[in-house]
Design a protein. Structure first.
Length: 219
């Protein structure tokens, strides 16, 4: 099955590590709520080389699990702290390149395959660094999702206030369309925050208006 995924570009917002964790939690809670069923949220814990499952209410999705949520290479990554000599990851740390996290949503805690994988990068204190959220789905879950569900996921990301662009696209479709700049495609669904683009489109183009932007729907 050709993989369908959601690729986004965000406005980069400088964050402390604890703010990034809150940012990730907001997104995960929103997506979790859209599923309307009990699911588990997990991540990979390098310290024990195993999956770590968060509590159902995500009460432990906080700075106590800082090093589980934020991906960091202790031997190479350096962070900015109040003490300039301290380069370790702390709750009040900042990152020149931004923080990253990879989170999984499963209906079955025992399943080896995650229904939804969410990759998040955000929070750099240096300008012009990548900020994005990418969402991928398992083959079995893809058979169950609808266009309406994909639009709801885009809405969840838009709620962060930092979404500039999003596309629902497959690997096969991506190879067939031209790119512009930083890998910007038109996909099955394409979100733009810039309302001026909306006004430039011909009337035959199907448009779905959201709170801060709009979606081009190729149906």
């Amino acid at each position: 099955m050709d993989k369908i995924k959601i690729i986004t570009r965000l406005q980069s917002i400088e964050m402390y590590a604890y703010e990034f964790i809150n940012f990730c939690k907001e997104i995960v809670v929103s997506i979790k709520d859209e599923l309307h069923q009990d699911v588990t949220v997990s991540t990979w814990d390098d310290s024990v080389n195993a999956v770590y499952h968060f509590q159902n209410n995500l009460s432990d999705f906080n700075v106590e699990n800082l090093e589980k949520i934020i991906i960091a290479n202790k031997e190479e990554d350096v962070f900015k702290n109040e003490n300039e000599n301290d380069k370790e990851l702390r709750k009040n740390s900042k990152s020149w390149a931004g923080f990253s996290s990879l989170l999984y949503i499963n209906k079955n805690k025992e399943s080896e395959e995650s229904e939804i994988s969410i990759s998040i990068t955000q929070g750099a204190y240096e300008a012009n660094k990548t900020a994005c959220i990418n969402v991928e789905f398992s083959d079995s879950f893809l058979k169950l999702i609808s266009k309406e569900f994909l639009i709801k996921i885009i809405k969840c990301i838009e709620m962060t206030g930092s979404l500039n662009y999003a596309v629902v696209i497959s690997n096969d479709f991506r190879r067939k369309v031209k790119t512009n700049g930083q890998n910007i495609w038109v996909g099955y669904l394409t979100y733009f925050k810039n309302q001026k683009i909306h006004n430039m489109l011909p009337g035959i183009v199907s448009i779905i208006e959201l709170k801060d932007g709009f979606i081009i729907d190729l149906n």
